[in-house]
Design a protein around this ligand. Structure first.
Ligand code: CA2
Length: 145
């Protein structure tokens, strides 16, 4: 089974600033967490990070039709991007949204998630472990088909 894990803008800066919100682990450790969980749950995984909305849209489109599941942390684009929402809807691939922080307890402008409207599940506030949770939830969903 093939999994695409997409990370949005500034996630490559993890561990450099704002450890109180995002923890002190780096983006390399995020990738390691994802690779370990993908192996544990039997997925072939591709991981992508971009600071550019169009690159994220292109990656979602390119996932069709040979990808079984998408895990996405659109970062700041979560709260602004109808383009990412539309891309997820256009491919119709089961998707799980992940946020490292608990966005529900943060600013008002973070209370809307466009991408989340196309995801069957959202994980938030678990730090990098949330990626493992998301991959487990995806495995359960795909195994139930
Ligand atoms: O909690 C999350 O995973 C977020 O998606 C992270 C985004 C934020 O805009 C979302 O509201 C919630 C921010 C990405 C990383 O930003 C950094 C900021 C400072 C230092 C390192 C990373």
């Amino acid at each position: 089974m093939k999994l695409l894990v997409i990370n949005g803008p500034n996630l490559n800066m993890l561990g450099i600033r704002e450890p109180a919100i995002y923890g002190s682990q780096t983006y390399a450790q995020l990738e390691e967490t994802v690779r370990d969980a993908a192996r544990e749950f039997g997925f072939d995984v591709e991981i992508l990070q971009s600071n550019h909305e169009g690159v994220l849209v292109d990656a979602i489109q390119a996932a069709y039709p040979n990808t079984d599941g998408i895990i996405i942390n659109p970062a700041a684009y979560t709260h602004t991007s109808v383009a990412i929402l539309d891309a997820l809807k256009s491919v119709g691939i089961p998707a799980v949204e992940v946020h490292i922080s608990n966005v529900r307890q943060r600013e008002d402008f973070r209370q809307v998630s466009y991408a989340g409207m196309a995801c069957f599940h959202t994980v938030m506030g678990e730090g990098l472990d949330g990626y493992r949770t998301a991959i487990r939830v995806m495995k359960e969903k795909l195994s139930a088909k």
